[in-house]
Design a protein around this ligand. Sequence first.
Ligand code: ZN
Length: 84
Amino acid sequence: MRNKINHKYLSQHLGAYFDGELMAHEKELMEKHLKHCEDCRRPIAELESFQRQALSLKPDLSEENYWHSFTQKVMSGFRQENRG
Ligand SMILES: [Zn+2]
């Protein structure tokens, strides 16, 4: 079944999907697949709740450098995407 092939491929790319690193057509494929595949939805939901928790926590001062470099990384990613 086509769906099974998608599952094998997509389940290996859940991390890239979550990080927004998939090509547009792969992202579309993933979103369609997630609608009817609980096995793939579950890890995404876990990542989402983990991220929500991480974002809701106030970083303490000892982690300032981590958050600073994280922001830098995100910002440089945006710059690369907007280029051209
Ligand atoms: Zn799946």
